[in-house]
Design a protein around this ligand. Structure first.
Ligand SMILES: [Zn+2]
Ligand SMILES: [Zn+2]
Length: 86
């Protein structure tokens, strides 16, 4: 039987309910591996839900955004502009 591990919880910052798609894990059993696809077995897929709390993407992006804007943001933008005009 294959196992699908789903992590869901609330954002530690804004408190919104979140499902952490990045953390979702598909654990194929041998039968499914031989069949070449996740869930392709007699047992089917067993979904395991785990609680997991962390900052949601929106809040995490806001945190990183301030630091990145000064260095990475401006230099990356400059490169793009240069390539386009030449
Ligand atoms: Zn399976
Ligand atoms: Zn949040």
């Amino acid at each position: 039987m294959c196992r699908l591990m789903v992590f869901s919880g609330t954002c530690t910052k804004c408190g919104g309910a979140q499902t952490w798609d990045d953390l979702t894990q598909e654990l194929s059993c041998l039968e499914a591996k031989n069949a070449g696809a996740f869930g392709e077995c007699d047992g089917g897929i067993s979904v395991e839900e785990h609680s997991f709390d962390q900052e949601c993407d929106t809040c995490a992006d806001e945190d990183e955004g301030f630091g990145d804007d000064v260095e990475g943001g401006s230099s990356r933008g400059g490169d793009k502009k240069r390539q386009r005009t030449s």
